[in-house]
Design a protein around this ligand. Sequence first.
Ligand code: ACO
Length: 405
Amino acid sequence: VIDIRKLYAQTGMFTYDPGFLSTAACQSSITYIDGDKGELLYRGYPIEQVATQCDFLETCYLILNGELPNEQQKEDFVSLVTNHTMVNEQMQFFLRGFRRDAHPMAVMTGLVGALSAFYHDSIDINNARHREISAIRLIAKMPTLVAMAYKYSIGQLYMYPKNSLSYTGNFMHMMFATPCEEYVPNDVLVRAMDRIFILHADHEQNASTSTVRLCGSSGTNPFAAIAAGVACLWGPAHGGANEACLNMLEEIQAMGGVAKIGEFVTKVKDKNSGVKLMGFGHRVYKNYDPRATLMQETCREVLGYLGVKNDPLLELAMALEKVALEDEYFVSRKLYPNVDFYSGIVQRAIGIPVSLFTAIFALARTVGWIAQLNEMIADPEYKIGRPRQLFTGAIRREVKPMAMR
Ligand code: ACO
């Protein structure tokens, strides 16, 4: 590792690294990825253990504080988060300004940013207490906002949070209950959704997290910085891949299903087609994404529980994965399924509409964004993020009078 800051101070030299392929923009002690081994650790704990032995709020505590909570700490944390699940009633009126067919991520970008207009006692990013309260508020209110966006899109009244339920059980209540009918949380489905949240909670310096850090480095408020993360996550190369992946599977299914995989893969390999295998490939993983393995297991559990013997989309996804993993194009480029390859199938089975997948990712990633933002601000050496450029335009020329141009 070369400390370019020292080199810059001594020589004025800087690196040119578009896409940050080989540039670390920060130091972090939160999440570790070994891309060659396909290993992911939250604060040192393997994702396989966290996903099967902890719930989402324990995972949030771990990511924020560095250690797993004991029983008392967990109880206090759950109670704190639960106290903040409501959003200001005025948020409803803001929500009503959107078209009903707006994409949920467009709505979420607005709603999350709008929180800074309501919580003036937690918008000073340089104040540790403000950072603490805004963290709790964001984790607590994201499920409420996602469910409100969903209910608005289908023309239903939004459901207030039910604080007697678990974090994830309450989210499903706000999604699926109506004023006429109660939603009784189902353990298997709640557990599956909770696991989706855990698997998406943090992933070191991905595009949206780097966006949050860069945005927050100007000293803007935490809600604004997280809204920037939501906006970045929306893109199909990042969090939008779960929606794009399910749409891709449905497109292949409409073409003729498993029999058409070869034709689709040929199109993907043709660089002129502009078609990618969504849910495949990763900047850091050059091996199987461990989250994809866990997601595939969750997929089987959920479909098994729902009594779906042969889900055509799961069959198709597995056949597509098999073809890709045996194809020289994918093998030579070390392209494997990522977390998004199977997450859409699980969410669809739970009853989540495809357009909401990325908003659910944003809900889950909020804790990672906040932890990374707070880690940066608490570092006495942090500076405003300000990349350099390799200038390729004209250096200097004189403006000619109009008649001479
Ligand atoms: N389908 C087909 N070819 C691919 C794919 C894919 N999904 N991913 C990468 N490649 C090819 C590239 O075309 C490139 O080929 P080349 O060497 O012949 O030019 C090579 O593999 C290397 O890929 P890059 O684009 O350079 O890799 P990069 O690290 O920049 O991109 C990314 C990673 C954006 C995730 C990419 O793999 C991709 O677009 N995947 C599909 C979208 C997706 O699933 N995103 C979710 C990522 S996980 C997450 O954000 C939660």
